[in-house]
Design a protein around this ligand. Structure first.
Ligand code: NOJ
Ligand code: CA
Length: 671
């Protein structure tokens, strides 16, 4: 075991109670990342992180403050330090990688202060980053009101960073690239590159019964943890014992190393579900985009999307195109109150949505239905109904559920507060009892809980496709930013796949015309068509949607890529990329491979070695590329499809237009 006590810590273990600066260190299994704890003369703990003997994070504060004079951050003395290590490989029931290696050295430092506060600081150091958490017991009180978190991330030097501003209500914001020193606030994952060329990302793992952590600049490239409050300003309500989520820093020599890491999952507990065979990745289409475009409605009127006739059309399309499921939004009563405090009824279908007939028809065609619970943020209304509503769905043979929280919670409760985190978790656990798999929109951020609760399959939690329908949209850099930021936390239901990129096929609908006047006709999707295909691979979601209206796919040759695509991947690898610039990812599923590459506004050619293919085997590569004249601005739908036989010895030259991309399926050939 490559861990060592430094002299001070060793003395403390021997009982040197008075030493003012005990120092304790643990390093990664390969020795290149080191974490050190010191306790200063006031008994305040501080930590350092160094990479290859260069400081990354220095002298950074730790601890919390609490109401009623309880001291949680100072007066500490080290009582005991223990070291251990782990090296195991465990299996996740579904991708991105089914096999994950969990390899770390741990240091647990037990401290106590004059108020009898017992604190264990648990550090885990992996070859690809670090995690630490707080474990407090305060025997003198029954409960604790936490007022602040003092943890800081004090960078040794400035660097570049990529993040969205902190918000306790939304993650649907555009990413900013800026020096670490200029970040005012940030949500996590907060991705950075130091002047030494080290890539990293600050996030958290295993968030339960605690508010989310965001970051705030306190000067000199020092970021401090902030916690989303309860309405009365208290940050966390706890009994006299609590354990925080892991505060994490992923570390890698290249940007793609952050993507190819399982650190966040490794810091979560193993699966608690008795069976997982009912949880499976799949593709879906849905009655959805028409509503965002404004040509259909969620509520029941003459443009209602979720009608029995439309449902059957979507089911037929899914059955004919190797798509396992269909989502229906706007199927239940309550949408007429949209915009106010919504009060949905989750067991009352609209009169023109014949649930029994739709379920019967879907079953006959071998297609699953994805249910939808839009809460509008009205948590009390949802919590009153959710158990019964999930039972009602499963009684109808529906085992997939999309949830939504578009709207403020009542009475000042915040989405990302302890209240919100606990609500989202209650939904996960209720769904698990009903063997229901989840896709949460407007969720709490992913912190890897899918290892413990694999029915929590995917979530939104960033600006998805919908923004293109009714705003200035997502810029071409957005899709090549997400893999290095939001997607480090876990899968995302971005809902890629718009083929009618300029909304030409719906422009004549009266509603769309009105919106076109409002936005001066500027709404569109800001990519080429080939990049839409690539996003199905790049923007990983085990429940992957082809989000356009099915009319726009019918007869389209490029839709073959989605027909062939298998979202149940066994292994994934990011091959090349830089945040906000470009990315190339390959995923293996049942012996076939799917590659997605994309670029920002700049055209780019990548030489990609196919050495990820099984050696000695031939594959039919179907290449969906940007056409010669493709350009996201002027000619987004120019594409070409070619085929060639390849082996692991070949290299593909992937030429991408401005705002473009490329998707390739490698199907094992019989030859
Ligand atoms: C926002 C979600 O992200 C979107 O997918 C959904 O259609 C609407 N809310 C309505 O529920
Ligand atoms: Ca949303």
């Amino acid at each position: 075991m490559k861990v060592k006590h430094l002299v001070g810590a060793f003395l403390c273990v021997l009982g040197c109670y008075a030493c003012s600066s005990p120092k304790t260190e643990v390093q990664s299994p390969d020795g290149h990342i080191k974490m050190t704890l010191t306790v200063d003369e006031n008994g305040k703990p501080f930590y350092n992180v160094s990479v290859d003997d260069s400081l990354l994070i220095e002298n950074s504060a730790m601890g919390f403050t609490a109401a009623n004079g309880i001291i949680l951050a100072e007066g500490f003395q080290v009582k005991n330090t223990t070291f251990s290590s782990e090296d195991e490989t465990w299996t996740q029931p579904w991708g991105e990688n089914k096999k994950n290696r969990n390899h770390y050295n741990e240091m647990a430092v037990s401290l106590t202060n004059e108020d009898q506060v017992q604190l264990t600081l648990r550090f885990r150091v992996f070859d690809d980053g670090i995690g630490f958490r707080y474990e407090y017991t305060v025997p003198t009180v029954d409960s604790l009101l936490i007022t602040d978190e003092l943890t800081t991330f004090r960078f040794h030097r400035d660097g570049t960073s990529w993040s969205i501003p902190a918000s306790a209500e939304t993650y649907e914001l555009l990413y900013q690239q800026q020096p670490i020193s200029e970040v005012e606030t940030a949500n996590t994952p907060f991705t950075f590159k130091t002047a030494d060329g080290v890539y990293g990302s600050i996030h958290e793992a295993a968030l339960y019964d605690f508010p989310e952590m965001t970051l705030k600049q306190i000067g000199h490239y020092t970021l401090k943890a902030e916690l989303a409050p309860w309405p009365d300003g208290i940050k966390v309500r706890k009994g006299n014992h609590f354990t925080t989520s892991w505060r994490t820093i992923q570390i890698a020599p290249e940007a793609v190393g952050l993507i190819n890491s399982s650190l966040i999952l490794n810091l979560n507990d193993p699966c608690v579900l008795e069976t997982t065979d009912w949880i499976r990745p799949l593709k879906y289409v849905g009655v959805w985009w028409g509503m965002h475009l404004g040509v259909e409605t969620w509520k029941m009127d003459e443009r209602h999307g979720a009608t029995t006739a439309n449902a059957k059309k979507y089911i037929d399309f899914a059955a004919a195109n190797h798509i396992e499921a269909v989502l229906f939004e706007g199927w239940n009563e309550g949408w007429e109150s949209w915009g106010g405090m919504q009060s949905f009824d989750f067991t009352k279908p609209y009169a023109d949505f014949d649930i029994d007939e739709i379920v019967r028809y879907a079953k006959e065609k071998g297609v699953e239905i994805m249910g939808h619970h839009e809460t509008g943020g009205n948590i009390p209304n949802y919590e009153r109904q959710m158990d019964h509503a999930m039972q009602w769905y499963t009684d109808h043979g529906i085992h997939l559920l999309k949830t939504g929280y578009a709207g403020a919670f009542p009475d000042g409760y915040l989405h990302h507060s302890q209240y919100g985190v606990n609500h989202y978790q209650r939904v996960v656990e209720t769904a698990a009892r009903h063997q229901m798999t989840l896709d949460a929109h407007e969720p709490i951020k992913d912190t890897g809980i899918r290892r413990t609760w694999p029915n929590m399959m995917t979530r939104e939690g960033a600006r998805g496709m919908e923004w293109n329908a009714w705003s200035e949209g997502n810029p071409p850099s957005h899709h090549v930013m997400l893999p290095f930021t939001r997607l480090l936390s876990g899968p995302m239901d971005y809902t890629p796949g718009t083929f009618d990129i300029l909304f030409l096929k719906t422009k004549d609908s009266p509603r769309r015309q009105k919106w076109n006047d409002q936005d001066k006709g500027n709404s569109r999707v800001n990519t080429t068509l080939a990049k839409q295909l690539a996003n199905w691979v790049i923007l990983y979601s085990p429940l992957q949607m082809a989000s356009d209206m099915i009319e726009h796919y019918e007869g389209h040759p490029a839709f073959q890529f989605f027909r062939d695509f298998d979202p149940d991947c066994d292994e994934s690898k990011a091959l090349a990329g830089e945040p906000g610039e470009f990315i190339a990812v390959v995923r293996k599923a049942k012996g076939n491979y799917f590659l997605g590459a994309a670029t920002n506004e700049s055209p780019r050619t990548l030489e990609v070695k196919l050495d990820f293919l099984e050696p000695g085997k031939q594959y039919k590569a179907v290449i969906y590329a940007d056409g010669e004249k493709a350009d996201w601005k002027t000619n987004p739908t120019d594409y070409k499809i070619t085929e060639q036989i390849v082996t692991s010895e070949n290299t593909l030259s992937i030429r991408m237009a401005p705002g473009g991309g490329q998707a390739v399926s490698f199907i094992k050939s019989n030859r």
